[in-house]
Structures are given as C-alpha cells and as structure tokens.
Ligand binder design. Structure first.
Ligand SMILES: *Cc1c(COP(=O)(O)O)cnc(C)c1O
Length: 416
C-alpha cells in the first residue's frame, strides 16, 4: 500500500519544516560572534516561551539530562526528598534521586490518576527540602495541578522541581507567580524539533541552594553553564544545529502571534487543548474509555484498549492501514492503552485525520460496535463549539472546574 507516515506520538513529535531547513544550514563554529548572537537570542526567546524572568539554560542531552541536572545540583546524599509519582516518568524521578543517594519519600497515585489535596498536604510538610513532580505524566495522559503543589511547597519552604517535558506548550504555567524553582523541558516535544536538547529555568532560591549541594557533577554543573550562558556560550560544544532549529521553531511560534513568543505559546497551548477535547469526544463516541478521565492532559490522550483486544493491536493496525504512528502503553502498561499526541506541530486537521483512521481500524476489528462517522461527528461538534467561542469547562490543571484542586481549596476558605 502507498502510505504517508505520520507521527502521533508524544515525543518525538512531527518536525517543523522551517526548523529542519535551519538545522541543515547550521554550518557555523560555536566560539564565534555569529553563534553567540544566535545562542543569546534563543535563550531570550526561550525565557518568553517558558514565561519566566529566571535564568534559562540549554543542555545538549535528552530531557532526562535536565532531570538529572536538577537532582545533582539541588540535592545532597542522604537528603530527604519527596517525589510525587503517578507513572513511568514519576518513577524516573525516584530512580534518579535514589541513584544520587537521596532518602526518597514517594507519594504515588495509581496509573491514570492524579494526587488529591489531602495526599499532598500529608507529604509536603515542613522539613521537606525538595519536591519533584511531572506537570503531565506522559505515560498515562494525566495532568497534575502545579499551582496547588507549588503553594504547598512554598508554605514549607521546599524547592519545587517540575518536569514539564510534555507540560510546556500544552499547559499555561505561572512559573514566577507560583514560585516554581526548576522547570524543565525537552526539544522533541512542543518545540517541534528533533531530540537532543533539554532546557530549564532556575530560580534565585535554587541558585542559592546549589551552593550547599554535595553531589558530584561535571557535565551538568548548572552554575558553570549559567556563567557561560551570560556570555552567549555553553560550557562545552553545543548542539549547534539543534540550537539553530530551536531558533527557527521559536520564530515560528512568535510569528503565529505577530512576533510575540508568549502570545504564540498561548496559541500553541489553546491548539493542544482543542485537539485534546476533540479526541476525548471522539473516544467517547466510539464507546472507549479514557485512561486518565479525571484530569486529562492536553499533551496527549491515553485511551484504554477496547474489550477483547490489546492496545498493541490498535497501534499496529493504525500503522499498517494508515501509516499513523500511535504510542502503545509503556512498560507494564503495554497492551492496556494507546496514546495519541496533540503536543507541538499538530492541528485540528491532523486530529480529524487520526480520528478517521481510528474509526476505520476499530470498525474493521469490531464492526458491531462502531458506526463510521460517529467519532468524526463528535470531534467536529467540539471544533464547532470552540470556533463559536464556547469557553472550556476545564481548568488549567485539566480537571473540570467543579473538581479543580485550587478552586476546591478556595471554596472551603482553605489553603491548598
Ligand atoms: C518524554 C518525557 C521524558 C523523557 O525525556 P527524554 O527526552 O526521553 O529523556 C521525561 N518526562 C516526560 C514527562 C516526558 O514526556
């Protein structure tokens, strides 16, 4: 069959053509005025993309490199840290903190769920020095409420480190207002470029805390990176081509909103929210269930396998029949759920296409359960209502307004 391959995976995501061209043309040396100008400009644009006045750094590594940098720069061996974990990426924080000898207190929510206010209150208490969490847990499609977690961390003077690798470009953050100390991302998600760069914003409190850290670090020594970044340089040879691609991607995001990176990022988030809402409506119309129904992320939608088949069958058939690459469940979730991404270079047309493919695949596998066009109709109706300006009934944390953690705390006159 003649097929066009399309990625619908939550990283790597489809590449922006302008970024690919920039990458191919990036034949420059990194210790030159030309590169310094590019690097300084990209760091400044990234600051607007993240929405912070804190220092922003870029590392030549996958996203996990920035996770490791946060652990190795902010903790000490035997230090008590809290990890909020609700999936494979939460478990990565646990492994990392253990690898650096921290005493790890874990707060776990079952796969597909997020943390309730009481759980958070019971564990984010005075004496805790550092809290690690994901903004969105890409393995289950759930979104955690960063404002509520940040408020608790603030109250007990703990540092908060947020893995926003799939949170950036899909959730609005108030990094400085909420007091998030380290927030980190990776290039192959919302930024529409290949894997290989991690980026992070670091608060003044976190810089001060780093002076007391007793962990070994060399390549990921953030203090050294900060010193060099202020001169438009990186400590070691940067991934020059990826930096050029990043500049083109941030230009593209800005160009969507008249040259304003922050406004472009808000459009990118709204776009992901819309694609996610269309997909959730389609999933319901197909009689399928969401894996994370209470607080679904906009980065991706995770869907439970239909009865009598595995998600691996659905993923294989979408690839075989349409060249559409969906993600299966990770680790022990393989076979139980499939994931469709909305993060980065996707739009409602891509979303309608993948919903159409899913309908066909499920119709072929379960003809009695599926009527062709029902999922597309549901998605079209969501699109129509959004185009007519109907506001979303979900908070920035993904929950319906009635069950949002922050509004629940406000309603009871309580602090989260
Ligand atoms: C993709 C992802 C990572 C892993 O990043 P790598 O770039 O593979 O190191 C970590 N956390 C989350 C939430 C992710 O989605």
């Amino acid at each position: 069959m003649f097929r066009k391959i399309r990625l619908f995976t939550p990283g790597p995501t489809p590449l922006l053509p302008a970024a690919q061209f920039a990458m191919a043309a990036a034949d420059l040396h990194h210790r030159t005025p030309e590169f310094r100008a590019l690097y300084a400009r990209v760091l400044k644009q990234l600051q607007a993309f993240i929405g912070t006045r804190n220092d922003v750094l870029v590392l030549a590594s996958s996203g996990t490199g920035a996770m490791e940098a946060a652990v190795s720069n902010l903790t000490s061996p035997h230090q008590h840290v809290v990890v909020l974990s609700a999936g494979k990426f939460g478990e990565r924080w646990i492994s990392l903190a253990q690898a650096f000898g921290c005493e790890v207190e874990t707060v776990t929510a079952p796969y597909g769920e997020s943390f309730e206010l009481d759980m958070l209150r019971n564990h984010i208490k005075p004496g805790v020095r550092t809290v690690f969490v994901q903004a969105t847990e890409s393995s289950t499609g759930v979104r955690h409420c960063i404002p509520a977690i940040a408020q608790l961390a603030r109250q007990c003077n703990a540092l908060l480190v947020v893995d926003a690798i799939t949170g950036f470009g899909t959730t609005q953050f108030d990094v400085d207002g909420d007091g998030v100390d380290v927030i980190l991302g990776g290039s192959q998600k919302a930024l529409m470029i290949p894997p290989g760069l991690a980026y992070l914003a670091v608060s003044e409190r976190a810089w001060q805390s780093m002076e007391n850290s007793r962990q070994p670090r060399y390549y990921f020594d953030l203090r050294k990176e900060r010193k060099n970044a202020s001169k438009g340089e990186s400590s070691y040879t940067p991934a020059v081509a990826l930096i050029a691609a990043l500049g083109a991607a941030l230009d593209h995001i800005a160009a969507q909103a008249g040259g304003d990176v922050a406004a472009g990022r808000r459009l990118l988030v709204a776009n992901a929210e819309l694609c996610a809402a269309m997909t959730r409506a389609a999933v319901a119309a197909l009689g399928l269930e969401l894996f994370a129904p209470v607080a679904p992320a906009a980065a991706l939608t995770a869907v439970k396998a239909p009865p009598s088949m595995t998600s691996t069958d659905v993923v294989q058939q979408c690839k075989a029949q349409f060249g559409a690459v969906l993600a299966d469940g990770q680790g022990d979730m393989k076979g139980q759920l499939f994931r469709i991404a909305h993060i980065g270079y996707f739009d409602p047309l891509d979303t309608l296409a993948v919903i159409g493919a899913l309908e066909q695949v499920l119709y072929a596998l379960l003809p009695a359960r599926v009527s062709l066009g029902s999922a597309l109709t549901a998605a079209q109706q969501v699109y129509r209502r959004a185009a007519e300006g109907e506001p979303s009934n979900r908070c920035a944390c993904g929950r319906r307004q009635a069950v949002c953690l922050v509004s629940a705390a406000v309603a009871t006159g309580d602090q989260p």
